[in-house]
Structures are given as C-alpha cells and as structure tokens.
Design a protein around this ligand. Structure first.
Ligand code: PLP
Length: 406
C-alpha cells in the first residue's frame, strides 16, 4: 500500500521552489498545507469561466456558480459522512466555526453559572471565543488538564462534566504536540449526561478519516487551507437539531427569508448561518482538494505519514540534548522539541537559511507551554508530500546548528 511520492511531489508546484537558493523542505504543514495544481486550477476556473454571485440568480453564470458551490457542500457532506448536506455550514475556517458556535449556542442556551469544558491542549481559537462568552454571559470556562506526555487526564471527567456543563469543546488532535485525543470516549461520557460535544478538527481532517455520524459529535469544525484547499474557506458541521434551535451568528443577505422594520424571519439551514456572499471559489477549491485526497486515499496518507513520523523520531532521538515536548502514545505527524538551551527562534531562523521551514514559538497554545514551563518549541509537522531525505536534511541541519552554538 504505497503512495506514488514522485507523482505527488509533481502535483504541488510550490515544492519545486528554491528558498535561499536551496530546495524547499516544508515541515510547517500543521500551520497550512500547500495546494496541488488541481486545487489552484479549480479556483482559477471559477474566475475564468463562471464567476458570478450565487443563489437567486436568473442568469446562466449565476446558476453554474451556485451549482458548483452547492456541489462542494455535498462533497464535504460525503467526505465527513454528515446525514444532511444542510448540516454543512461554510465559514472562513475553524476559528470562525468555533466563534459561530460559541456565540449562537450562548445566545440560545447559556445563562450565568453554566459551564463550558475545554482542555489544556486547545489552540487559542478554542479558548478565547469561550472567554468572550464568559464575559458576556457570566458562564465559567473549565478545562481538562494534561499530563507530562501531553495527554488529557480524564480521571476527573465525571466532575468536570457535571449538571452545570452545557457543552464540551475539544480538539481532535493537538496542533502543538500532535496528541490524538480520545474524542469518541469523551463524546460518549458527555452524551450519557446529555451534554453536546464540539470537536475542533483543524489538525485531524487532513490526517484521519472523519465520520461525524460514527463519532456522534454535535459539531465538528475544520479549515480548508489545512486540508490542501484554499484559504478563507472552512466548515462547521452541526447536527440539524442544534443548528435549527440556535440563533443566527451574523445578520445580512442570504440568511433571511423576509425583512421588514416590523421584524425579520430567518432562512432555513444552512443559509441561516451564511450571511453575505459566500466564498464560492473557496468552496470549489475545497471540493477539488477533497477529490485529490480521495484519489490518493486517506488510509494510504495516514499510513505514510506515520511511517514518516517514526522515521523522523528515530533520526531526531539520536541528536544530543534533544527534549521532546509531547510524547503521547497516540500521536499524529507533529513533533515538538527543544535542543539544549538554544532558543526555538534561533533554531528556526537558521534552519530557514538551509531552506527548511519549521514553526517556532507557542503555536497559539500558550496554556500548553505554561504547563511545560517553556516559552515555545520547534515544531516539525509532516505531510504525505514530504520525504525521508528531507527528514535527513532536518536532522543534519539541527546537528550543524547545535554545533555552532557549542
Ligand atoms: N484549532 C487548531 C487545533 C488549529 O491547529 C488551528 C490552526 O492552527 C485552529 C484551530 C485555527 O484554524 P484557522 O486559523 O484556520 O481558523
């Protein structure tokens, strides 16, 4: 079950670029992924052949564009196995999807004293929206702590999910450490207490097959740009029964049925949550990305990325004074580490001069860094277009830089 790496690398034009005169080695895939030619072409085709504002158009181009956008919705529905295509809301990305749920769920269901449960592993975009609601509504934000391996400690989960808890919102996979959280187990525990669960899938959707019906999550959020699709498009999956009850997030065109100064009625799903002109070139590009990934096969991608991570671990483990941050048993292809007392920023800047792109810093997960009492890490995150030779270059680069630092 091998992937055709040579062909795959040709599919991504940017991988042929040189950085500082060196072949690009891109290990910043958790921040954003590159785009295959088919995605770039699909977006260009929208603007070249049928660009037109969608829905309610009477003319040809508007109908073609509407059809392409709505076909993209069906593509996403099938990709995540949602029961209905109106359960797929197009947003700007994971951040907007979470803010949408935080705001609309709070307006409809939350009162002072209620609790929302997240975890210590979350990206800021699954913390700060809830803190805004904390201020707005007087609710309390609580979190599941993590252990020294960067795994959730579920020992007190029955206290943490209690009669005051109104929603649990948890990352499927941690962006800072790569930990894969036991979301199925958490969903079952929460549902046994009638508490809905939102999953931040920003780091999972590109690595593992997601079936929202099998998971039985109430909401699932992800971004197109981390899934080899365009920037500016994302998805919020929500169960119909929740979305129907929730207040709209933003007001404007598209989300209404009738408007008068006496009162306004809202459109049906999914449009109730899609105020304004949607990103129809983004949705079409996202559909092309999903097609592309499905042609390769998510199972093959998952297997190859694990192979890459195991290889990278074997290479990096041999480096003197390396300290891995996040050593969960169940991990995806993200490795966070420190080398002696070299500042991550210095290491990242010097690797860049060798054409190697890694991310350094707190990765928008400051509570994780606080837990480990460090300012940040160096993070290498892999994609199926990376190679073992590139990992060799990373390991050699780190050793050279560490020697320079003595
Ligand atoms: N959640 C996680 C786990 C992430 O890794 C990210 C981005 O890195 C986000 C949310 C935010 O995604 P976006 O910036 O695409 O909205």
């Amino acid at each position: 079950m091998n992937i055709n790496l040579e062909q795959i690398r040709k599919d991504f034009p940017i991988l042929q670029e040189l950085v500082h005169g060196k072949p690009l080695v891109y290990f910043d895939n958790a921040a954003t992924t590159h785009k295959p030619r088919v995605v770039i072409d699909a977006v260009a085709e929208v603007y070249e052949k049928y660009n037109s504002n969608i829905h309610r158009g009477v003319h040809h181009l508007s109908n073609v564009c509407t059809q392409a956008h709505e076909n993209a919705r069906i593509k996403v529905q099938q990709f995540i196995n949602a029961k209905h295509c109106h359960e797929v809301i197009f947003t700007r990305g994971t951040t907007e999807s979470i803010n949408l749920v935080a705001s609309s769920f709070a307006d409809t269901f939350l009162q002072a004293g209620d609790e929302i449960l997240v975890s210590q592993l979350e990206h800021h975009s699954n913390i700060v929206p809830w803190q805004l609601i904390e201020k707005r509504k007087g609710i309390k934000l609580r979190y599941i702590p993590i252990n020294e391996a960067g795994e959730l400690i579920l020992d007190n989960i029955n206290d943490l999910i209690n009669s005051k808890t109104k929603l649990v919102s948890i990352a499927h996979i941690s962006n800072a450490l790569g930990t894969i959280n036991p979301i199925k187990e958490i969903i079952e525990i929460a549902h046994a207490k009638d508490v809905p669960v939102m999953i931040d899938g920003a780091q999972a959707i590109q690595h593992v097959a997601v079936d929202v019906q099998q998971l039985d999550c109430d909401f699932y959020a992800f971004s197109g740009h981390k899934l080899y699709g365009p920037t500016g498009i994302g998805v919020l999956y929500g169960k119909e029964e929740w979305l129907n009850k929730m207040e709209p997030y933003q007001g404007g065109g598209e989300m209404i049925k009738t408007v008068s100064f006496e009162g306004t009625t809202y459109n049906e799903l999914p449009f109730k949550f899609e105020a304004g002109t949607p990103d129809f070139s983004g949705s079409v590009g996202l559909a092309a990305a999903i097609d592309y990934l499905q042609t390769i096969g998510l199972d093959k991608i998952d297997q190859y990325e694990h192979e890459l991570m195991d290889y990278a671990m074997s290479k990096l483990e041999a480096i003197p004074n390396i300290r891995f941050i996040g050593t969960a048993k169940n991990k995806t292809s993200v490795i966070s580490f420190l080398i002696g007392d070299i500042h991550p920023f210095d290491m990242g800047t010097m690797l860049d001069k060798m054409g190697i792109a890694v991310r350094t810093g707190h990765h928008c997960a400051q509570p994780v860094m606080q837990h480990f009492d460090i300012p940040g890490t160096i993070r290498a995150s892999f994609s199926f277009y990376n190679t073992k030779e590139e990992i060799d270059k990373l390991a050699e680069g780190i050793i050279r830089i560490a020697q320079l630092f003595g």
